[in-house]
Design a binder for this molecule. Structure first.
Ligand SMILES: CSC[C@H]1O[C@@H](n2cnc3c(O)ncnc32)[C@H](O)[C@@H]1O
Ligand SMILES: [Zn+2]
Length: 459
Protein backbone atom coordinates (compact mmCIF):
# COMPACT_ATOMS: atom_id res chain seq x y z
CA UNK A 1 0.00 0.00 0.00
CA UNK A 2 2.72 2.41 1.04
CA UNK A 3 4.74 1.68 -2.12
CA UNK A 4 1.72 2.25 -4.31
CA UNK A 5 1.00 5.62 -2.76
CA UNK A 6 4.64 6.65 -3.10
CA UNK A 7 4.55 5.92 -6.85
CA UNK A 8 1.17 7.48 -7.53
CA UNK A 9 1.35 10.07 -10.33
CA UNK A 10 4.82 9.05 -11.56
CA UNK A 11 4.10 7.20 -14.80
CA UNK A 12 6.98 4.99 -16.01
CA UNK A 13 9.13 6.54 -18.74
CA UNK A 14 8.29 5.36 -22.26
CA UNK A 15 10.94 4.26 -24.71
CA UNK A 16 11.67 6.21 -27.87
CA UNK A 17 14.11 5.81 -30.77
CA UNK A 18 15.30 9.39 -30.90
CA UNK A 19 14.90 12.62 -28.94
CA UNK A 20 15.90 15.85 -30.70
CA UNK A 21 16.35 18.85 -28.42
CA UNK A 22 16.36 22.54 -29.27
CA UNK A 23 16.79 25.84 -27.47
CA UNK A 24 13.76 26.55 -29.67
CA UNK A 25 11.17 24.26 -31.23
CA UNK A 26 9.30 25.77 -34.17
CA UNK A 27 6.48 23.32 -34.79
CA UNK A 28 4.85 25.28 -37.67
CA UNK A 29 1.49 24.14 -36.28
CA UNK A 30 -0.92 27.05 -36.96
CA UNK A 31 -1.00 29.62 -34.15
CA UNK A 32 1.49 27.65 -32.05
CA UNK A 33 4.26 29.96 -30.79
CA UNK A 34 7.94 29.04 -30.75
CA UNK A 35 8.55 26.73 -27.80
CA UNK A 36 11.69 27.52 -25.82
CA UNK A 37 13.92 24.76 -24.48
CA UNK A 38 11.95 21.86 -25.92
CA UNK A 39 12.27 18.51 -27.62
CA UNK A 40 10.71 16.27 -30.25
CA UNK A 41 10.34 12.55 -29.56
CA UNK A 42 10.47 9.98 -32.36
CA UNK A 43 9.45 6.33 -32.42
CA UNK A 44 9.06 4.04 -35.47
CA UNK A 45 9.68 6.95 -37.82
CA UNK A 46 6.86 9.08 -36.41
CA UNK A 47 6.71 11.99 -34.01
CA UNK A 48 5.13 10.79 -30.77
CA UNK A 49 5.57 13.89 -28.59
CA UNK A 50 6.63 17.52 -28.69
CA UNK A 51 7.07 19.46 -25.47
CA UNK A 52 9.25 21.20 -22.96
CA UNK A 53 12.60 19.59 -22.28
CA UNK A 54 11.67 18.91 -18.68
CA UNK A 55 8.40 17.14 -19.50
CA UNK A 56 9.97 15.10 -22.29
CA UNK A 57 12.90 14.05 -20.06
CA UNK A 58 10.47 12.95 -17.36
CA UNK A 59 8.33 10.91 -19.75
CA UNK A 60 10.67 9.42 -22.39
CA UNK A 61 13.96 7.60 -22.64
CA UNK A 62 15.45 7.87 -26.11
CA UNK A 63 17.85 5.28 -27.52
CA UNK A 64 19.59 8.24 -29.16
CA UNK A 65 19.54 11.96 -28.35
CA UNK A 66 20.67 15.02 -30.30
CA UNK A 67 21.61 18.02 -28.18
CA UNK A 68 19.92 21.32 -28.97
CA UNK A 69 22.04 24.11 -27.50
CA UNK A 70 21.99 27.18 -29.80
CA UNK A 71 19.77 25.26 -32.22
CA UNK A 72 16.17 25.43 -33.40
CA UNK A 73 14.31 22.22 -34.27
CA UNK A 74 11.78 22.63 -37.05
CA UNK A 75 10.12 20.64 -39.85
CA UNK A 76 12.38 19.79 -42.78
CA UNK A 77 11.89 21.93 -45.88
CA UNK A 78 9.75 20.80 -48.81
CA UNK A 79 11.09 21.51 -52.31
CA UNK A 80 7.90 21.45 -54.37
CA UNK A 81 9.50 21.48 -57.81
CA UNK A 82 12.88 20.32 -59.03
CA UNK A 83 14.65 18.20 -61.62
CA UNK A 84 17.29 16.62 -59.41
CA UNK A 85 19.58 15.08 -62.02
CA UNK A 86 20.00 18.47 -63.70
CA UNK A 87 22.68 19.18 -61.08
CA UNK A 88 25.01 17.75 -63.74
CA UNK A 89 24.00 20.64 -66.04
CA UNK A 90 24.66 23.25 -63.33
CA UNK A 91 26.16 26.39 -64.84
CA UNK A 92 26.26 25.09 -68.44
CA UNK A 93 23.85 27.65 -69.90
CA UNK A 94 22.92 30.86 -68.15
CA UNK A 95 21.23 34.14 -68.93
CA UNK A 96 18.69 33.03 -71.52
CA UNK A 97 14.90 33.19 -71.78
CA UNK A 98 12.93 29.99 -71.12
CA UNK A 99 12.27 28.93 -74.73
CA UNK A 100 15.81 29.61 -75.98
CA UNK A 101 17.24 27.90 -72.90
CA UNK A 102 14.99 24.84 -73.37
CA UNK A 103 14.86 24.42 -77.14
CA UNK A 104 18.31 25.53 -78.18
CA UNK A 105 20.36 24.14 -75.28
CA UNK A 106 18.65 21.99 -72.63
CA UNK A 107 16.55 19.60 -74.75
CA UNK A 108 19.49 18.91 -77.14
CA UNK A 109 21.90 18.39 -74.23
CA UNK A 110 19.43 16.03 -72.58
CA UNK A 111 19.15 14.11 -75.84
CA UNK A 112 22.92 13.67 -75.92
CA UNK A 113 23.84 13.10 -72.30
CA UNK A 114 20.92 11.92 -70.16
CA UNK A 115 21.24 8.18 -69.46
CA UNK A 116 20.29 6.10 -66.41
CA UNK A 117 23.85 6.54 -65.13
CA UNK A 118 23.70 10.34 -65.60
CA UNK A 119 20.43 10.37 -63.65
CA UNK A 120 21.80 8.22 -60.82
CA UNK A 121 24.85 10.46 -60.36
CA UNK A 122 22.98 13.75 -60.78
CA UNK A 123 20.20 12.68 -58.42
CA UNK A 124 22.67 11.56 -55.77
CA UNK A 125 24.48 14.90 -56.05
CA UNK A 126 21.14 16.65 -55.60
CA UNK A 127 20.18 14.48 -52.62
CA UNK A 128 23.51 15.25 -50.94
CA UNK A 129 22.94 18.99 -51.41
CA UNK A 130 19.36 18.77 -50.16
CA UNK A 131 20.26 16.74 -47.07
CA UNK A 132 23.01 19.27 -46.25
CA UNK A 133 20.60 22.15 -46.69
CA UNK A 134 17.72 20.78 -44.65
CA UNK A 135 15.37 19.81 -47.47
CA UNK A 136 13.70 16.58 -46.41
CA UNK A 137 11.15 16.10 -49.19
CA UNK A 138 10.99 17.11 -52.82
CA UNK A 139 8.86 16.79 -55.91
CA UNK A 140 11.01 15.55 -58.77
CA UNK A 141 10.26 15.44 -62.47
CA UNK A 142 12.95 13.84 -64.57
CA UNK A 143 13.83 11.04 -66.95
CA UNK A 144 14.53 7.48 -65.74
CA UNK A 145 12.34 7.81 -62.64
CA UNK A 146 13.09 4.24 -61.50
CA UNK A 147 16.72 5.24 -61.13
CA UNK A 148 15.69 8.39 -59.26
CA UNK A 149 13.48 6.36 -56.93
CA UNK A 150 16.28 3.92 -56.16
CA UNK A 151 18.65 6.78 -55.26
CA UNK A 152 15.95 8.34 -53.05
CA UNK A 153 15.45 4.98 -51.35
CA UNK A 154 19.16 4.69 -50.59
CA UNK A 155 19.82 8.27 -49.45
CA UNK A 156 16.78 8.32 -47.17
CA UNK A 157 14.91 11.41 -48.40
CA UNK A 158 11.16 11.59 -49.10
CA UNK A 159 10.02 12.34 -52.66
CA UNK A 160 7.21 12.55 -55.11
CA UNK A 161 8.88 11.09 -58.20
CA UNK A 162 7.01 12.10 -61.35
CA UNK A 163 7.57 10.24 -64.60
CA UNK A 164 7.83 12.64 -67.57
CA UNK A 165 5.76 12.36 -70.70
CA UNK A 166 5.99 14.72 -73.62
CA UNK A 167 4.92 14.77 -77.27
CA UNK A 168 8.51 14.99 -78.56
CA UNK A 169 11.45 12.58 -78.42
CA UNK A 170 13.07 12.60 -74.97
CA UNK A 171 15.78 10.49 -73.30
CA UNK A 172 14.77 6.83 -73.68
CA UNK A 173 11.61 7.60 -75.69
CA UNK A 174 10.55 8.40 -79.23
CA UNK A 175 7.55 10.52 -78.24
CA UNK A 176 4.24 10.54 -76.44
CA UNK A 177 3.15 6.90 -76.76
CA UNK A 178 6.15 5.24 -75.19
CA UNK A 179 6.80 7.98 -72.59
CA UNK A 180 3.17 7.90 -71.44
CA UNK A 181 3.05 4.08 -71.34
CA UNK A 182 6.23 4.12 -69.24
CA UNK A 183 4.71 6.69 -66.86
CA UNK A 184 1.59 4.56 -66.38
CA UNK A 185 3.75 1.52 -65.73
CA UNK A 186 5.96 3.48 -63.29
CA UNK A 187 2.98 4.76 -61.29
CA UNK A 188 1.42 1.28 -61.14
CA UNK A 189 4.65 -0.31 -59.93
CA UNK A 190 5.45 2.28 -57.22
CA UNK A 191 2.00 3.35 -56.01
CA UNK A 192 1.67 2.43 -52.31
CA UNK A 193 4.89 0.40 -52.37
CA UNK A 194 7.41 2.59 -50.53
CA UNK A 195 6.95 4.60 -47.33
CA UNK A 196 8.91 7.61 -48.64
CA UNK A 197 8.32 7.52 -52.38
CA UNK A 198 5.11 8.59 -54.11
CA UNK A 199 5.01 8.05 -57.89
CA UNK A 200 3.31 10.64 -60.09
CA UNK A 201 2.63 11.67 -63.67
CA UNK A 202 4.60 14.53 -65.22
CA UNK A 203 3.18 15.88 -68.47
CA UNK A 204 5.86 18.46 -69.24
CA UNK A 205 3.83 21.60 -70.05
CA UNK A 206 0.75 22.74 -72.00
CA UNK A 207 2.97 23.81 -74.91
CA UNK A 208 4.65 20.38 -75.28
CA UNK A 209 1.69 18.06 -74.61
CA UNK A 210 -1.43 18.13 -76.80
CA UNK A 211 -4.94 18.51 -75.36
CA UNK A 212 -5.81 14.87 -76.16
CA UNK A 213 -2.70 13.67 -74.40
CA UNK A 214 -3.39 15.84 -71.36
CA UNK A 215 -6.88 14.30 -71.23
CA UNK A 216 -5.28 10.85 -71.23
CA UNK A 217 -3.12 11.89 -68.27
CA UNK A 218 -6.22 13.13 -66.41
CA UNK A 219 -7.99 9.80 -66.96
CA UNK A 220 -5.07 7.63 -65.89
CA UNK A 221 -4.29 9.78 -62.85
CA UNK A 222 -7.91 9.49 -61.71
CA UNK A 223 -7.98 5.74 -62.36
CA UNK A 224 -4.76 5.18 -60.40
CA UNK A 225 -5.47 7.90 -57.81
CA UNK A 226 -2.14 9.49 -58.65
CA UNK A 227 -0.60 12.94 -58.41
CA UNK A 228 0.19 15.01 -61.53
CA UNK A 229 3.07 17.46 -61.54
CA UNK A 230 3.44 19.93 -64.42
CA UNK A 231 4.99 23.24 -65.50
CA UNK A 232 2.19 25.76 -65.86
CA UNK A 233 1.82 29.45 -66.72
CA UNK A 234 5.57 29.92 -66.50
CA UNK A 235 6.53 32.56 -69.05
CA UNK A 236 4.96 35.08 -71.48
CA UNK A 237 5.97 32.83 -74.41
CA UNK A 238 3.78 30.03 -73.02
CA UNK A 239 0.81 32.39 -72.60
CA UNK A 240 1.28 33.65 -76.15
CA UNK A 241 1.36 30.09 -77.54
CA UNK A 242 -1.78 29.07 -75.65
CA UNK A 243 -3.60 32.30 -76.60
CA UNK A 244 -2.71 31.80 -80.27
CA UNK A 245 -3.64 28.10 -80.41
CA UNK A 246 -6.48 27.83 -77.92
CA UNK A 247 -7.62 31.43 -77.36
CA UNK A 248 -7.34 31.21 -73.60
CA UNK A 249 -4.86 31.28 -70.70
CA UNK A 250 -2.67 28.28 -69.77
CA UNK A 251 -4.67 27.78 -66.55
CA UNK A 252 -8.07 27.86 -68.26
CA UNK A 253 -6.71 25.64 -71.03
CA UNK A 254 -5.76 22.82 -68.63
CA UNK A 255 -8.84 23.45 -66.51
CA UNK A 256 -10.97 22.83 -69.59
CA UNK A 257 -9.20 19.51 -70.09
CA UNK A 258 -10.06 18.31 -66.58
CA UNK A 259 -6.54 18.63 -65.22
CA UNK A 260 -7.29 21.39 -62.75
CA UNK A 261 -8.04 19.49 -59.57
CA UNK A 262 -6.56 18.47 -56.23
CA UNK A 263 -4.18 15.99 -57.84
CA UNK A 264 -2.27 18.74 -59.61
CA UNK A 265 1.00 20.26 -58.42
CA UNK A 266 1.46 23.22 -60.77
CA UNK A 267 4.99 24.58 -60.94
CA UNK A 268 5.67 28.28 -61.58
CA UNK A 269 2.20 29.87 -61.87
CA UNK A 270 3.62 33.22 -62.95
CA UNK A 271 1.38 34.31 -65.82
CA UNK A 272 -1.99 34.40 -64.07
CA UNK A 273 -4.94 36.77 -64.37
CA UNK A 274 -7.49 37.26 -61.55
CA UNK A 275 -9.79 34.59 -63.04
CA UNK A 276 -6.94 32.08 -63.08
CA UNK A 277 -6.22 32.81 -59.42
CA UNK A 278 -9.88 32.33 -58.43
CA UNK A 279 -9.99 29.05 -60.38
CA UNK A 280 -6.80 27.87 -58.70
CA UNK A 281 -8.21 28.57 -55.24
CA UNK A 282 -11.52 26.87 -56.04
CA UNK A 283 -9.91 23.78 -57.55
CA UNK A 284 -7.45 23.00 -54.76
CA UNK A 285 -4.47 22.93 -57.13
CA UNK A 286 -1.12 23.21 -55.32
CA UNK A 287 0.99 26.07 -56.74
CA UNK A 288 4.77 26.00 -56.49
CA UNK A 289 6.61 29.31 -56.54
CA UNK A 290 10.18 29.13 -57.95
CA UNK A 291 11.47 32.69 -57.55
CA UNK A 292 15.12 32.13 -58.49
CA UNK A 293 14.33 30.22 -61.67
CA UNK A 294 11.64 32.74 -62.68
CA UNK A 295 14.03 35.64 -62.14
CA UNK A 296 16.92 33.95 -63.94
CA UNK A 297 14.87 32.95 -67.01
CA UNK A 298 13.16 36.35 -67.01
CA UNK A 299 9.79 34.60 -66.76
CA UNK A 300 8.18 37.23 -64.52
CA UNK A 301 6.99 37.47 -60.92
CA UNK A 302 4.32 35.10 -59.71
CA UNK A 303 1.35 36.89 -58.06
CA UNK A 304 1.96 35.07 -54.79
CA UNK A 305 0.28 37.56 -52.42
CA UNK A 306 -2.90 37.43 -54.53
CA UNK A 307 -2.82 33.62 -54.58
CA UNK A 308 -2.35 33.50 -50.81
CA UNK A 309 -5.18 35.98 -50.27
CA UNK A 310 -7.43 33.85 -52.46
CA UNK A 311 -6.64 30.76 -50.37
CA UNK A 312 -4.31 28.91 -52.75
CA UNK A 313 -1.79 26.57 -51.11
CA UNK A 314 1.52 27.94 -52.35
CA UNK A 315 4.75 26.00 -51.85
CA UNK A 316 8.33 26.81 -52.83
CA UNK A 317 10.66 25.15 -55.30
CA UNK A 318 14.16 25.56 -56.65
CA UNK A 319 13.46 24.16 -60.13
CA UNK A 320 16.51 22.32 -61.50
CA UNK A 321 20.09 23.35 -60.86
CA UNK A 322 20.37 24.28 -64.55
CA UNK A 323 18.12 27.29 -64.00
CA UNK A 324 18.84 28.18 -60.34
CA UNK A 325 21.84 27.12 -60.05
CA UNK A 326 21.58 25.35 -56.69
CA UNK A 327 19.02 23.48 -54.62
CA UNK A 328 19.17 25.74 -51.56
CA UNK A 329 15.57 26.25 -50.49
CA UNK A 330 16.57 28.88 -47.91
CA UNK A 331 17.31 31.20 -50.84
CA UNK A 332 13.79 30.63 -52.16
CA UNK A 333 12.36 31.36 -48.70
CA UNK A 334 14.23 34.64 -48.51
CA UNK A 335 13.39 35.62 -52.10
CA UNK A 336 9.72 34.80 -51.50
CA UNK A 337 9.80 37.15 -48.53
CA UNK A 338 11.60 39.93 -50.45
CA UNK A 339 10.48 39.76 -54.08
CA UNK A 340 6.81 40.44 -53.45
CA UNK A 341 7.63 43.45 -51.31
CA UNK A 342 9.43 44.88 -54.34
CA UNK A 343 6.66 43.87 -56.74
CA UNK A 344 3.81 45.31 -54.67
CA UNK A 345 5.62 48.19 -52.98
CA UNK A 346 4.21 46.80 -49.75
CA UNK A 347 6.76 45.75 -47.09
CA UNK A 348 4.10 43.68 -45.33
CA UNK A 349 3.69 41.40 -48.39
CA UNK A 350 4.72 37.78 -47.64
CA UNK A 351 5.95 38.31 -44.07
CA UNK A 352 8.71 36.08 -42.72
CA UNK A 353 6.45 33.50 -41.08
CA UNK A 354 4.40 33.23 -44.28
CA UNK A 355 7.53 32.52 -46.32
CA UNK A 356 8.60 29.84 -43.86
CA UNK A 357 5.10 28.34 -43.92
CA UNK A 358 5.36 28.05 -47.71
CA UNK A 359 8.56 26.03 -47.30
CA UNK A 360 7.06 23.75 -44.64
CA UNK A 361 3.39 23.25 -43.74
CA UNK A 362 1.77 24.89 -46.76
CA UNK A 363 4.43 23.60 -49.13
CA UNK A 364 3.74 20.08 -47.91
CA UNK A 365 0.02 20.52 -48.63
CA UNK A 366 0.77 21.94 -52.09
CA UNK A 367 3.08 18.96 -52.76
CA UNK A 368 0.36 16.54 -51.59
CA UNK A 369 2.43 15.49 -48.58
CA UNK A 370 0.51 17.52 -46.00
CA UNK A 371 -0.88 14.49 -44.18
CA UNK A 372 2.66 13.27 -43.50
CA UNK A 373 5.06 16.18 -43.07
CA UNK A 374 5.41 19.94 -42.70
CA UNK A 375 4.56 20.28 -38.99
CA UNK A 376 6.04 18.91 -35.79
CA UNK A 377 3.17 17.26 -33.99
CA UNK A 378 2.34 13.73 -32.83
CA UNK A 379 1.22 11.52 -35.68
CA UNK A 380 3.31 13.24 -38.37
CA UNK A 381 6.27 11.43 -39.90
CA UNK A 382 9.52 12.50 -38.25
CA UNK A 383 11.02 14.74 -40.97
CA UNK A 384 12.86 17.44 -39.06
CA UNK A 385 16.00 19.51 -38.98
CA UNK A 386 18.13 21.44 -36.52
CA UNK A 387 19.45 24.84 -37.55
CA UNK A 388 22.35 26.46 -35.70
CA UNK A 389 21.64 30.01 -34.57
CA UNK A 390 24.81 31.27 -32.86
CA UNK A 391 27.40 31.74 -35.58
CA UNK A 392 29.01 35.17 -35.26
CA UNK A 393 27.28 36.43 -38.38
CA UNK A 394 23.94 35.45 -36.78
CA UNK A 395 24.41 37.50 -33.60
CA UNK A 396 22.45 38.81 -31.81
CA UNK A 397 19.30 36.70 -31.84
CA UNK A 398 15.97 38.33 -30.97
CA UNK A 399 13.50 36.50 -33.18
CA UNK A 400 13.95 32.94 -34.44
CA UNK A 401 11.57 33.24 -37.39
CA UNK A 402 13.24 36.45 -38.56
CA UNK A 403 16.63 34.71 -38.35
CA UNK A 404 15.47 31.67 -40.28
CA UNK A 405 14.14 33.77 -43.15
CA UNK A 406 16.51 36.72 -43.35
CA UNK A 407 19.82 35.33 -41.98
CA UNK A 408 19.93 31.55 -42.36
CA UNK A 409 21.51 29.73 -45.26
CA UNK A 410 21.91 26.06 -45.97
CA UNK A 411 25.30 25.88 -44.20
CA UNK A 412 23.53 26.61 -40.88
CA UNK A 413 21.62 23.30 -40.97
CA UNK A 414 23.37 20.85 -38.67
CA UNK A 415 20.98 17.88 -38.40
CA UNK A 416 18.62 16.28 -40.92
CA UNK A 417 16.17 13.52 -40.00
CA UNK A 418 13.70 11.85 -42.39
CA UNK A 419 11.15 9.26 -41.34
CA UNK A 420 12.93 9.12 -38.00
CA UNK A 421 16.30 8.26 -39.54
CA UNK A 422 19.34 10.49 -39.15
CA UNK A 423 20.60 11.49 -42.61
CA UNK A 424 22.99 14.19 -41.39
CA UNK A 425 24.61 14.65 -38.00
CA UNK A 426 26.85 17.64 -37.23
CA UNK A 427 26.89 18.41 -40.98
CA UNK A 428 28.12 14.96 -41.96
CA UNK A 429 25.83 13.25 -44.46
CA UNK A 430 25.49 9.67 -43.25
CA UNK A 431 23.78 8.01 -46.20
CA UNK A 432 25.97 9.15 -49.11
CA UNK A 433 29.68 8.54 -49.62
CA UNK A 434 30.79 12.06 -50.52
CA UNK A 435 34.23 11.08 -51.87
CA UNK A 436 32.77 8.42 -54.19
CA UNK A 437 30.07 10.86 -55.29
CA UNK A 438 32.65 13.53 -56.12
CA UNK A 439 34.63 11.00 -58.18
CA UNK A 440 31.49 10.00 -60.14
CA UNK A 441 30.58 13.63 -60.78
CA UNK A 442 34.12 14.41 -61.94
CA UNK A 443 34.10 11.44 -64.32
CA UNK A 444 30.67 12.23 -65.76
CA UNK A 445 31.33 15.96 -66.15
CA UNK A 446 34.69 15.21 -67.82
CA UNK A 447 32.84 12.97 -70.29
CA UNK A 448 30.34 15.74 -71.03
CA UNK A 449 33.08 18.36 -71.37
CA UNK A 450 35.06 16.17 -73.78
CA UNK A 451 31.99 15.37 -75.88
CA UNK A 452 31.12 19.07 -76.11
CA UNK A 453 34.70 19.96 -77.01
CA UNK A 454 34.72 17.30 -79.74
CA UNK A 455 31.58 18.75 -81.36
CA UNK A 456 32.97 22.27 -81.02
CA UNK A 457 36.14 21.14 -82.80
CA UNK A 458 34.13 19.42 -85.52
CA UNK A 459 32.03 22.49 -86.29
C1 LIG B 1 9.37 16.42 -68.74
S1 LIG B 1 9.81 17.10 -67.21
C2 LIG B 1 11.52 17.38 -67.35
C3 LIG B 1 11.83 18.38 -68.43
O1 LIG B 1 11.56 19.68 -67.96
C4 LIG B 1 12.61 20.51 -68.36
N1 LIG B 1 12.63 21.72 -67.57
C5 LIG B 1 13.46 22.03 -66.56
N2 LIG B 1 13.15 23.24 -66.07
C6 LIG B 1 12.09 23.68 -66.78
C7 LIG B 1 11.31 24.85 -66.75
O2 LIG B 1 11.54 25.82 -65.88
N3 LIG B 1 10.30 24.97 -67.60
C8 LIG B 1 10.04 24.01 -68.52
N4 LIG B 1 10.77 22.88 -68.60
C9 LIG B 1 11.77 22.74 -67.74
C10 LIG B 1 13.80 19.63 -68.21
O3 LIG B 1 14.91 20.13 -68.86
C11 LIG B 1 13.29 18.33 -68.77
O4 LIG B 1 13.41 18.30 -70.16
ZN1 LIG C 1 10.92 22.82 -63.87
Amino acid sequence: MAVLSLCAGAAPAQSADLVVYGDYVLTMVPDEPVLENGAVVVRDGAIIAVGSRQTIDEQYIGAEAIAGTHRVVMPGLVNGHTHTAMTLFRGMVDDLDLMTWLNKYVFPMEGRFVTPEFVRIGTELACWEMIRGGTTSFVDMYFYPDDIARVVDRCGLRAVVASPHIDYPSPGFSGWDDSFAAAVDFVKRWQGKHPRITPAFAPHAPYTVSPDHLRATVEKAAELDAIVSMHLAEAPSESAYIAENFATTPVRHVQGLGLYNQRLIAAHMVQLDPNDIALTAASGVGAIHNPTSNMKLGAGISPVPAMLNAGVNVGLGTDGAASNNDLDLWEEVRLAALLHKVQTGDPTAVPALQALTMATRMGAVAARLGDKVGQLKPGMRADLIQVQLNKTRQLPLYDVVSHLVYVTDSSDVVTTVVDGKLLMRDREVLTIDEAALRASVARKSDEIRSALAATDDAS
